[in-house]
Design a protein around this ligand. Structure first.
Ligand SMILES: *Cc1c(COP(=O)(O)O)cnc(C)c1O
Length: 365
């Protein structure tokens, strides 16, 4: 009897998350110099991080031998001020992936269930199964969430519903009013995790304020991140905002030092640099038009996206992906999401987008 065979069956059933291929790996495999590789595979910020965040991160290295502030006093103060919430309503995560996982740790027992949509973020089923819980996946509607189907799928055993808005990997968007109406239909003892990893990319007319709903819906957890629009993907920093009782429960199962000294310092500075976020959103808006114009020119179908990426139908995506890699362009095939004909492409700098378009044209020829 091996040690592995004694691990819970639900752990042995897991397939690991498939990340985007690192630049260094393609460089090694294909013999392409790293500086000639364009990576548009992980929805990273093509502008890097805010110069103010970078400066704060470098300064924080001085404290690298000390444990971080496990209560993230300065960061929570900055978030509480920005969103007009109490610091007791906050949960800090090592990326928002951590926040999602902490929620499953706090609320799921083996045998419980979570509800999420087909084509939604891969971490929802992963974090669910890792708790010995059961994922109930509802069929997508136009590649996005079908909230009626999700409400109908909630049963006695359901403890969490996950909604990504905008969704990854499809970029679909639900108007705030629809989510608000959904919340009114969900039993008050079921946690709704509203994952807003891409909310900073929304144009003004699509904005809504989910944080304001928490007072009426104490079963709502709003999850956000500084890894996308704020450019801290490598440093890792996310946060959850919820009713204080929910946050308190989650903080009991959070690793005490889950956000590093460097990440916390960078995050405080990043939150104070709204110009950088605006610039990021503007680059994204232009890059999205650059890519979708090219798709239209090539006669390719794409899913209209509200994120910092767009998903395009290319036919045999594995084959097209291999041809792109050979040209030093890394994007994300999403066959593992059940979309084998599609590639997800992150919006880059104008020159990076142009490299991808040229490589795609070559790959399809
Ligand atoms: C990227 C992403 C996250 C988490 O990213 P972190 O880097 O862990 O903050 C969460 N949800 C969705 C939908 C994402 O696409």
């Amino acid at each position: 009897m091996s040690v592995v065979s004694r691990a819970p069956a639900y752990i042995r059933s897991l397939s690991p998350y498939q990340p985007g291929k690192p630049v260094s790996e393609l460089s090694r495999e294909a013999g392409i110099p790293e500086q000639d590789i364009v990576k548009l595979a992980s929805n990273e910020n093509p502008l890097g991080m805010s110069p103010r965040a970078r400066e704060a991160a470098v300064a924080a290295l001085e404290e690298g031998a000390r444990y971080p502030d496990g209560n993230a006093f300065a960061l929570k103060a900055a978030l509480a001020e920005k969103y007009n919430v109490d610091t007791a309503q906050l949960v800090i995560g090592n990326g928002s992936n951590d926040v999602l996982e902490i929620a499953t740790r706090a609320f799921l027992s083996p045998g419980d269930a979570t509800v999420f949509s087909q084509y939604s973020f891969a971490v929802y089923p992963l974090a669910t199964i890792a708790r010995g819980a059961r994922g109930i996946q509802t069929a997508a509607r136009h590649y996005g969430h079908d909230l009626d189907a999700m409400a109908a799928a909630i049963d006695e055993s359901t403890r969490i519903v996950f909604i990504a808005n905008p969704n990854n990997p499809t970029g679909t968007f639900l108007p705030g009013a629809e989510i608000e109406a959904f919340l009114a239909r969900v039993p008050p003892d079921v946690l709704v995790v509203l994952d807003e990893a891409y909310t900073e990319f929304l144009p003004p007319e699509k904005r809504y304020d989910a944080i304001a709903w928490i007072a009426r819906f104490p079963n709502l957890l709003v999850s956000r991140t500084l890894c996308k629009a704020y450019g801290l993907a490598g440093l890792r920093l996310g946060y959850g905002i919820a009713h204080a009782d929910v946050a308190d429960l989650m903080n009991r199962v959070r690793q005490p030092f889950n956000a590093s000294v460097v990440a916390q310092a960078a995050a405080v500075a990043a939150l104070g640099d709204e110009d950088f976020v605006r610039e990021t959103a503007e680059n994204n808006r232009r890059g999205m038009a650059q890519l979708t114009d090219a798709f239209a020119g090539l006669g390719l179908e794409w899913i209209p996206s509200s994120g910092n990426f767009v998903t395009v139908r290319v036919g045999d995506a594995e084959k097209v992906n291999r041809a792109l890699l050979a040209q030093g362009v890394i994007v994300r095939p999403i066959g593992a999401y059940g979309l084998p004909e599609w590639l997800r492409v992150s919006i880059g700098l104008p020159a990076e987008n142009a490299r991808f378009i040229a490589a795609l044209r070559g790959a399809l020829a």
